[in-house]
Ligand binder design. Structure first.
Ligand code: ZN
Length: 381
């Protein structure tokens, strides 16, 4: 069975103009103008008219608390697990699940099982071993073995630095973890990346520079996130990118976080581009299902919001509408760039041979249809 999406304005994410996209099962077969489907009719061809619409790759979200997160304000602040529909409605077709502060009541076996659950619902899901902590919690007693032997595991994280919730690792401890992840990645042909949660302590990204100096590891070994947390963290992130690293901005936010200095992801991208950072070194992730607690002045919890994956596409719209970012560049930040960083070869770009993960959007970049591994999910927008 074939599917052809006809006459869309295609961003692969680079702009291709008006094209058809031909899918066979869960793969992309062709992306070109005026595909002749006459010869395919005997096999069955589903035609989707996308005139006036835009077709882009399915979004790649490098940080999602798929088994739920939070709990930092006591048990009542635990957040729920991700529902597959929330990802599909957000246009996310590929994600990386992770643990955060809590690796006691949230476990890696649960995380890996949830990744398989999401796969069985048509999504593409991978995992990080470890959590905020160093030494990292693992399944096999070794970060390296987890990456080599457990198929969905592609790296370690989100390891916390510059944060009161961090294990306060030394340069040597982080260097050892990074070397284990790197060797695991090399042996398994995976990213072997260290995802790093960056807090707002004054040392910021110093630890990562220290490890690179000590070991000769490239800055791309680390994938630091929450780099839009404050103006000071963004400055440190820009310096990290100047050393060759890729920086990740968190798309989900809240009025309380914004009041505390959080910079919206789209604005942070605009500022980084203005500072001379290449668009290829910038990504957005949602931090989906993380808790966004609001405390009153006496430190009591007032209410709790849950980070949403649809903040990614919203950040793309804000980038285009408010900051005049190029459509293809801001799309790359949520598709091709994270796929490259995570070494997911068949993701993040619309080209023959890649997985059939794509979105149909209207001219205002509102989601009409998500196609995940060839399965079509329509939304009435
Ligand atoms: Zn984090």
């Amino acid at each position: 069975m074939f599917t052809v999406i006809q006459s869309a304005e295609v961003f692969a994410p680079q702009p291709l103009g008006c094209c058809d996209v031909l899918l066979s099962g869960d793969k992309i077969v062709a992306v070109q103008p005026d595909i002749d489907i006459a010869g395919l009719q005997p096999f069955g061809v589903q035609v989707v008219d996308a005139k006036g619409k835009r077709v882009v790759p399915g979004l790649v979200d490098s940080l999602v608390h798929i088994t739920g997160g939070g709990g930092e304000g006591g048990f009542m602040t635990r957040t729920p697990e991700l529902e597959p529909a929330a990802a599909l409605q957000a246009g996310v077709t590929t994600m990386v699940g992770c643990l955060g502060t809590d690796a006691i009541t949230r476990t890696l076996p649960e995380l890996i099982a949830k990744a398989y659950f999401l796969r069985e619902h048509g999504l593409s899901c991978y995992c990080y071993t470890g959590s905020y902590e160093i030494p990292a919690r693992t399944v096999t007693q070794s970060v390296e073995d987890d990456i080599v032997l457990i198929e969905p595991v592609i790296g370690v994280g989100e390891v916390a630095i510059a944060d009161h919730r961090s294990s306060q690792p030394t340069v040597q401890e982080l260097a050892r973890l990074a070397s284990q992840a790197r060797r695991g990645g090399l042996l398994a042909g995976k990213a072997g990346v260290v995802s790093v949660h960056v807090g707002d302590n004054v040392d910021r990204l110093d630890l990562l520079h220290g490890v690179c100096r000590l070991t000769g590891l490239p800055h791309t070994q680390f994938y630091p996130t929450h780099i839009n947390r404050t103006a000071e963290v963004l400055d440190a992130g820009i310096k990290f990118a100047e050393c060759g690293g890729t920086i990740d901005f968190t798309a989900s936010t809240s009025p309380e976080l914004l009041a505390a200095g959080d910079i919206p992801a789209a604005k942070a991208a605009w500022l980084a581009l203005k500072a001379g950072i290449a668009f290829t070194q910038i990504t957005f992730s949602s931090d989906g299902q993380a808790s966004l607690p609001a405390f009153n002045e006496s430190g009591e919890l007032e209410h709790l919001a849950v980070a949403r994956m649809d903040s990614l596409l919203e950040s793309v719209r804000v980038g285009i509408n408010e900051h005049e970012l190029e459509v293809s560049q801001v799309l790359a930040m949520v598709t091709a760039n994270p796929a490259r960083e995570l070494r997911l070869a068949h993701k993040g770009q619309l080209k023959p041979g890649n997985d059939a993960d794509l979105l149909i959007l209207d001219a205002q970049m509102n989601l009409c249809t998500t196609i995940a591994m060839g399965q079509i999910h329509d939304f009435n927008t």
